[in-house]
Design a protein around this ligand. Structure first.
Ligand code: ADP
Ligand code: MG
Length: 695
């Protein structure tokens, strides 16, 4: 197999378009893709037939509009190309209209009241900026999903709007720097994806994994991740075979799968692609998650993408590496070669700092899910408090600018912005701070709070919108300035002073930091999804998102509902699964083992031999069984109470304050019972079996 040969072989990409489309059609489509020009219907027709020919040659029989509803996954409804012909046979057809627009029955997708308020139907619209591809036997056309009233029912639409917003505002700034040749600014993302692999047979025996994607019970195994022997460890042949197969599937779809390695927890791994335009990176990440799961089953494995599949070992996240670049190839977050470029870099840098500080709540809520709540702040991946890591060198530069004092770097001189060249700071290799939620890594920022199963769309929508808003405000100020250079200098300095509270270069796991962040710096510590979601309807946040034309008010209200609904539904399923497992599996096992011991005990007593062990254990197991029984009843009752509630905010708070704590209360005696019940009796595979079962 030659990688360059198979790479993107299933993608209707630029190369295929150039080869198969008439010149005029190609140019017109290219203008739409690159410059956002409206699409000519005749062009759509020509593209559709070229796409069909190509897809049919590759063995495709169906097409689908592939979209990302607010469920968090991707959706597709397949239609075959067949159309009856007069001779009683069929021909393969695909029209321009079918390419441009589809009408999936939208009623079963969450809309958070949008459809009730507006229009019952939704439609999908082709996003020509993301290439069509073939998955299985289906030609997939990336689309946006909207209501007929024009409200976005998906994640792609606001993402594209946020990319437009940042483009508009960044161009205004670049004009001020005289960069009139730049036509477009785009954001790029490289999402590093973490996941667990477990054996399929073992997985199937765990109803909790099957229904919820995470273990709801499980005593700590004798070995966890304490030896640090898994991270970057040599990859087991079975896992390697999976990774090889996965890479091939991804490459065929033009996904730039690049890095693979073992992660910190046993059975945990990571896959990182090479970064690309945010919109495409988002589509690719959705596809990557889907294909990871599919390929796993071919290898008798199951890929777990849940943020916290196992208590007591690290959960999984997705590092969202983010940068902004011009169509002329300049990364705006990379320090330049000339003093002039350096001031420009500093302005973009402080704009991001201010955006993260001002809109920290939006970033936090963009990654808020029931699953991710177990991770953020749980003494592993980043804390729930957002802060920025800059590294020593850059910090020293900002300090010097703010204080107008000599820079304590190699040259020890005052930095006159626009006059002096800044030292070249490539990535700070000595201090790879892994605890920061938002770290500057040389020429990009790495947002580490995204959950492993989250779509990266939400985080990037908020990030793009926030940075666009700040750049817009800065442009307003600078455009009015009489003396650009001194206004620029002042703006950079005052921004540092006003927003330096968000910068923290120390250990983000430290309790002392959390205290300092919240008590002295006034940063938010939004530990749970309901805590965070309240901020979506915050006046300042809504105004910003609407002002940047990223969301309409009704869309924000619908998203508030849907995100909380998803939170409630996931936890409710978990609670019901726990009740079920406790009653049907755990209690019978504990009681059954207790009964066996008790009968052994009577037998021994009859013989008059010592039975201290049995007596002690029977008592202990009986006590635990009583506790489990009681905690199960409490949890069952709470879920019934939950089911009578109607207000989503009240429901979410009830989940947070009543249901989740009751789940913890039930889990504790179950895990303790596991620790003293014979393996023969324990009804499902243990943590040890799951974490070390792939050999
Ligand atoms: P790690 O963080 O694991 O050490 P790297 O920082 O080298 O690895 O890269 C992580 C991810 O960041 C990769 O997906 C890479 O493509 C992406 N990346 C590198 N440069 C940029 C950039 N300018 N913009 C966005 N993503 C980038
Ligand atoms: Mg990284």
């Amino acid at each position: 197999m030659s990688v360059p040969e198979i790479f993107a072989s299933m993608v209707f990409d630029d190369q295929v378009m150039r080869a198969r489309l008439p010149g005029k059609v190609y140019n017109s489509l290219k203008q739409t893709i690159e410059g956002g020009a409206p699409l000519d219907p005749n062009v759509a027709s020509a593209v559709a037939s070229a796409m069909r020919d190509w897809a049919v040659e590759k063995g495709a029989t169906h097409f689908t509009h592939w979209f990302q509803p607010l469920t968090g996954t991707s959706a597709e409804k397949h239609d075959s190309f067949i159309s009856p012909s007069p001779d009683g046979r069929v021909i393969m057809e695909f029209s321009g209209k079918e390419l441009i627009q589809g009408e999936p029955d939208a009623s079963s997708f969450p809309s958070g009241g949008l459809r009730a308020t507006f229009e019952a139907r939704g439609y999908t619209a082709w996003d020509p900026t993301s290439y069509a591809f073939i998955k299985g036997k289906t030609l997939c056309i990336p689309t946006a999903f909207c209501s007929y009233g024009g409200e976005a029912l998906d994640k792609k639409t606001p993402l594209l709007r946020s990319m437009d917003a940042i483009n508009r505002q960044a161009l205004r700034i670049l004009r001020l720097f005289g960069k009139t040749n730049v036509k477009r600014v785009t954001t790029s993302v490289g999402p590093e994806q973490e996941y667990f692999l477990v054996d399929e047979e073992t997985f199937k025996q765990r109803p909790d994994l099957l229904y919820t994607g995470r273990t709801l019970f499980g005593a700590k195994p004798p070995k966890g991740q304490e030896l640090d022997d898994h991270y970057f460890g040599s990859i087991k042949p079975r896992v390697q075979a999976y990774m090889d197969d996965l890479n091939q599937e991804l490459w065929k779809l033009g996904i730039l799968a690049k890095t693979e390695h073992n992660e910190v927890a046993p059975a945990q791994h990571e896959l990182a692609p090479i970064y690309t335009t945010t919109n495409i990176a988002t589509d690719h990440n959705q596809l990557t998650m889907e294909i990871m799961r599919k390929v796993a089953t071919r290898h008798g494995l199951v890929c777990l993408l849940h943020e916290k599949p196992f208590a007591g070992v690290n959960g999984s996240g997705k590092h969202n590496n983010w940068s902004m670049a011009t169509d002329t190839g300049v990364n705006l977050l990379s320090p330049g070669d000339t003093p002039h470029e350096n001031v420009q870099f500093l302005l973009f840098l402080v704009a991001v700092i201010r955006a993260v500080d001002e809109y920290q709540s939006l970033l936090r809520l963009s990654v808020a899910t029931a699953g991710n709540d177990h991770r953020l702040g749980a003494n592993e991946a980043p804390p729930a408090v957002i802060s920025i890591f800059l590294g020593e060198e850059l910090q020293a530069i900002l300090d010097a600018i703010e204080a107008d004092a000599p820079y304590a770097g190699t040259e020890r001189k005052r930095i006159k912005l626009g006059v002096d060249a800044l030292p070249r700071f490539t990535r700070d290799t000595t201090d790879r701070n892994r605890t920061s939620p938002f770290a500057f890594t040389g020429n990009k920022f790495e947002f580490r709070m995204v959950g492993s199963s989250n779509s990266i769309a939400c985080a990037n929508i908020m990030l793009n919108a926030a940075v666009a808003a700040v750049l817009g405000d800065m442009a307003d100020q600078l455009e009015k300035a009489e003396d650009f250079d001194s206004a620029l200098h002042d703006l950079i300095r005052t921004t540092i002073t006003a927003h330096k509270r968000i910068i923290f270069n120390g250990n983000g796991y430290d309790d002392a930091w959390i205290a300092e962040a919240t008590e002295q710096r006034g940063l938010l510590n939004l530990k749970t999804t309901p805590d965070a979601m309240a901020y979506l309807l915050d006046k300042k946040n809504m105004e910003m998102l609407m002002g940047q034309k990223v969301f309409q008010e009704a869309e924000l209200r619908s998203r508030y509902e849907i995100q909380l609904e998803n939170y409630c539904k996931s936890v409710r399923i978990e609670a019901l699964t726990m009740v079920d497992m406790a009653r049907k599996l755990i209690l019978p096992a504990v009681s059954g083992y207790g009964a066996a011991l008790a009968s052994a005990l009577t037998g021994k007593q009859a013989l008059g031999v010592s039975c201290g062990y049995e007596t002690k254990l029977v008592k202990k197991l009986s006590g635990l069984a009583d506790q489990i029984d009681e905690a199960t009843d409490v949890l069952a009752l709470l879920t019934e109470q939950f089911d009578t509630m109607e207000d989503i905010t009240e429901e979410a708070c009830f989940i947070r304050d009543q249901i989740l704590p009751a789940m913890d209360v039930l889990r504790a005696p179950c895990d303790e019972a596991e620790g003293c019940t014979s393996s023969e009796y324990w009804p499902f595979p243990t943590y040890g079996d799951l974490l070390f079962g792939v050999v």
